[in-house]
Design a protein around this ligand. Structure first.
Ligand code: NAG
Ligand code: NAG
Ligand code: NAG
Ligand code: NAG
Ligand code: NAG
Ligand code: NAG
Ligand code: NAG
Ligand code: NAG
Length: 412
């Protein structure tokens, strides 16, 4: 063979190797090279070099797979443990929140009872206070009267004895004819004195009751303040637990592994209904619902120079998506060469799928039949998925956008 033939053959191989990513099917690499070589009539010349190269490439791929498995298996185990731990933690948190909620309900009821009790007690206290004040007032008036009577009596006695007004010397000298009156006065005096003592004791008791009631009201107010603070604190704890719980729930999807979650979600099988598949644009006579892997019809848009088209799949409920796969449309060199993914829980708010905090640009198809699959390093957990076209093949004459797709993953 001459130098220029060798150069062409090398270019074919380089093209085919660049086109396929490591880990792709070796057969398709071989096929690619073989097809191109054949069409250029070099197949017979380079067959053995091709065989040698594909053998050595196969060895490389096997080595790569072995080392990937060595790295991945412990990671998958950790992820499973983490997933198990996360759901345990969520269960624990739900239980914890349940307990606190119950305690809080009990405390609220208690606080309600206490506030009601305080209200009633306050009313009773005021009513009691009014009655007691009236009692005290009456007693004081009575006491004044008694004191006055005592003074009058003493003076009457002094007059009878011929003693000066307000005289208090106990050594009395009196006439016998006046004894009866004196005895009666003394008797009246003793009676008045005992009435005075009774009124004084009652007044002291009324005041003691008032102080007691006042102290009870103050104590109750203090208890209500303490309980109100505790309720505030518990409310704050609940709010923070609820946030943690939401975060844990949001992060659940991060822990599924492609090893155990890679079932077809139903584009090719038809499990996903036609009505669940929609697109930004559809070429007359075609439907978005034919964008199913290996469908004979496929999805096409109208002709255009640039595309911002999208193909949307409604999974009916949030599901894990771990792998996405695309294929060209069946006809006319129509295929999407680059795309991004978006996902949404409600078909209103959409998020871009990112890896390492950057929107992930996926490489699409370069022929009409091969299926190009990508594993998502951060599995999506969502109900709505969109393939957003970034670039498509233009052949200069008829520039349609179109593709066929499949999603792999699992239900919760
Ligand atoms: C293919 O590899 C074998 C052994 O590695 C070698 O003997 C043979 O010459 C190679 N063939 C070509 C065409 O390079
Ligand atoms: C899972 O939880 C156990 C016990 O709480 C802990 O010892 C272990 O480190 C956790 N594992 C991971 C991967 O978080
Ligand atoms: C609140 O009062 C009601 C009625 O007196 C009583 O049945 C209930 O046990 C009280 N609740 C608390 C928490 O003290
Ligand atoms: C006797 O006592 C009364 C009341 O304390 C007083 O008003 C009065 O002036 C006194 N009389 C004399 C003579 O001290
Ligand atoms: C003694 O008290 C009685 C009744 O309270 C009264 O009728 C009487 O006049 C009093 N006697 C004198 C000497 O004040
Ligand atoms: C897909 O899941 C099965 C188990 O359901 C597993 O045996 C297989 O290795 C997984 N494939 C990939 C590519 O992870
Ligand atoms: C292609 O998809 C459409 C829409 O789901 C379906 O009606 C049709 O049967 C499919 N055809 C083939 C050949 O796969
Ligand atoms: C676009 O897709 C092609 C193949 O479809 C790929 O070779 C290329 O790297 C992609 N571009 C980017 C920026 O990913």
């Amino acid at each position: 063979m001459d130098g220029s033939a060798l150069l062409k053959a090398s270019l074919i191989l380089a093209f085919c190797i660049a086109k396929e990513t490591l880990g792709q099917d070796v057969a398709s690499l071989q096929q690619c090279a073989a097809n191109l070589a054949c069409s250029l009539d070099y197949q017979h010349i380079f067959k053995s070099q091709l065989d040698n190269l594909s053998n050595s490439l196969m060895n490389e791929i096997l080595k790569e797979r072995v080392s990937m498995n060595t790295d991945m298996v412990p990671m998958m185990r950790d992820l499973d443990i983490l997933k198990y731990n996360t759901s345990n933690q969520i269960d624990g948190m739900v239980r914890h929140i349940g307990t606190i909620d119950a305690e809080l309900a009990h405390d609220r009821e208690y606080l309600g009872n206490l506030t009601r009790g305080l209200y009633i007690l306050n009313n009773e206290f005021h009513a009691e206070q009014v009655v007691r004040y009236q009692d005290v007032h009456k007693l004081v008036t009575e006491l004044d009267g008694v004191k006055h009577n005592i003074a009058v009596l003493k003076n009457s006695l002094n007059q009878l004895l011929g003693l000066p007004e307000n005289y208090t010397d106990p050594a009395l000298h009196y006439c016998p004819e006046k004894d009866a009156v004196i005895l009666e006065l003394q008797h009246n005096l003793t009676k008045l004195n005992s009435q005075y003592l009774i009124a004084d004791t009652a007044s002291n008791n009324a005041q003691a009751i008032m102080f007691l009631l006042q102290k009870q009201v103050v104590d109750l107010k203090g208890n209500v303040a303490i309980l109100t603070n505790e309720l505030d604190m518990k409310n704050k704890i609940i709010t923070s637990l609820q946030i943690q719980l939401q975060n844990a729930k949001n992060n659940q999807g991060r822990h599924v592994s492609v090893e155990s979650c890679n079932a077809s979600l139903g584009m090719e099988s038809g499990n996903i209904q036609d009505s669940a598949i929609t697109a930004s644009d559809v070429h007359q006579g075609y439907t978005a619902s034919a964008a199913r892997l290996n469908n004979k019809s496929g999805w096409y848009t109208s002709e255009k120079a640039q595309s911002q088209d999208w193909l949307q799949i409604d999974l009916g409920q949030p599901q894990y998506v771990t792998i996405v796969a695309t294929q060209g449309a069946p006809c006319c060199e129509v295929m999407v060469t680059n795309y991004t993914l978006q996902y949404s829980q409600d078909n209103i708010v959409w998020k871009d799928y990112e890896e390492h905090c950057q929107i992930k640009l996926f490489s699409g198809n370069s022929d009409q039949t091969s299926v190009v699959a990508h594993t998502l390093s951060d599995p999506i957990f969502s109900r709505f998925i969109r393939f957003v076209v970034k670039d498509f093949k233009k052949d200069g004459s008829s520039n349609y956008v179109g593709m066929r797709v499949e999603l792999f993953g699992c239900t919760v």
